[in-house]
Design a protein around this ligand. Structure first.
Ligand code: GDP
Length: 364
């Protein structure tokens, strides 16, 4: 007698019931395994990052971008542990107005560096618009088609939460992790529209400004401050019948640069034309960057700039945390709106209101 399926007993001729299979679990067992991987200790994170494990590197960056205190604690420990293995890359800031050709150029630069100069490249971004619009203009993988498929490139979109200072700090910390993972070239991209250049400038060795040949009045449109920060200006889209215009623009930039005092680096910024799309003049740009790095290493400016930046970030970090502590303090949160209303109704001056709020905070 077939106990499992009595219907299979010979007395029921013509009836046959198949033996069932074991039902698969409702929850995918691999999911549980994946979750477990998240519970790495800081030492394990560091070890994997040092081996160049990109998945773990991405996870560590996600932790450091997280708002949760427990994630932050782990991330900070990982950064501390990675710090001795960092600093070995060339950090390059890249800026330009939307449409200047940043993504096209970074794709071309990246492929050149990886395949012609045997580099490993991390592309990071600081995008001040991402907080407001909740959508990042920069760092989106699909913008760099070739590079995003290359295993020797690591592309990470801009952190989106928090103030520009907070976003910039996270990008700077990500640089440390990328360097510990063996990336010897780091791009930090930003949109050439505002303060974010200053943030990028404060974390890179070379600042590259992508410009376009326009209608002849291009110089009026450039913010002087950004031009002063640039170590190299490259005029994109020098292709087809745009070549002459691009060369003219380059000549104008060169003239304009003459009016600026010589930068502390002792290096006169170069102006070049190129085409990111048709990949013309790319090698010359990277010869120039390499030359700058060799030049500033020799005259000591490279070290000096990095030291200055390290100091700058210490103070930035203190300022940022003090500010957060103030605004997140429950008594301040409770009082702030009322005080603001009083100021708006001219019942109290802005300064007196600020003093009262700070008094409340320090009495806490
Ligand atoms: P981004 O906004 O600065 O990232 O600029 P994109 O890389 O998205 O480029 C903006 C537009 O300019 C796209 O349509 C590109 O195809 C085009 N473009 C970029 N580089 C070049 C170039 O070297 N030559 C020409 N002719 N067009 C380019």
């Amino acid at each position: 007698m077939n106990i499992e399926h009595p219907e299979n007993n010979p007395q029921y001729i013509g009836l046959n019931v198949n033996k069932g299979i074991v039902q698969p679990p409702v929850i995918n067992p691999y999911l549980a395994e994946r979750k477990k991987r998240r519970d790495y200790t800081p030492a394990e994170y560091t070890e994997e990052i040092r081996k160049g494990n990109i998945t773990i590197l991405s996870q560590a960056v996600t932790l450091l971008e997280s708002q949760k205190t427990e994630h932050q604690t782990i991330a900070q420990e990982v950064i501390e542990k990675c710090l001795p293995f960092s600093g070995n890359s060339v950090r390059i800031g890249i800026t330009g107005v939307p449409g200047a050709g940043k993504s096209t150029s970074i794709d071309a630069f990246g492929m050149h560096l990886i395949h012609e100069r045997n580099r490993k490249l991390a592309v990071l971004a600081i995008d001040p618009s991402s907080e407001r619009s909740k959508g990042s203009i920069l760092g989106d993988k699909t913008r760099m088609e070739e590079l995003s498929r290359d295993v020797r490139a690591f592309i990470r979109p801009s952190p989106s939460a928090g103030s520009l200072g907070g976003v910039a700090r996270k990008t700077r910390e990500t640089i440390i992790l990328c360097e510990a993972a063996g990336f010897d070239t780091v791009f930090v991209e930003t949109v050439g529209v505002g303060q974010s250049e200053t943030a990028v400038h404060s974390m890179v060795d070379f600042f590259l400004l992508i410009q376009l040949a326009g209608t002849g009045d291009e110089l009026q449109g450039i913010k002087r401050g950004i031009m002063e920060m640039a170590d190299g200006i490259i005029v994109n889209k020098a292709d087809g019948n745009n070549v002459e215009k691009a060369q003219l623009a380059a000549a104008q930039y060169r003239n304009a640069l003459h009016l600026f005092p010589l930068p502390l680096s002792g290096w006169t910024p170069n102006v070049m034309t190129y085409s990111g799309y048709y990949q013309l003049g790319i090698s010359e740009i990277w010869d120039m960057v390499d030359e700058y790095i060799a030049f500033t290493r020799k005259n000591g400016y490279f070290e000096q700039r990095r030291n200055y930046q390290a100091k700058y970030w210490m103070y930035e970090s203190i300022n940022e945390q003090l500010k957060n502590h103030f605004y997140q303090s429950p008594v301040i949160e409770k009082e702030l709106f009322a005080k603001e209303t009083q100021v708006l109704h001219s019942e109290i001056s802005s300064f007196a209101a600020a003093k009262q709020m700070l008094d409340i905070y320090f009495k806490e």
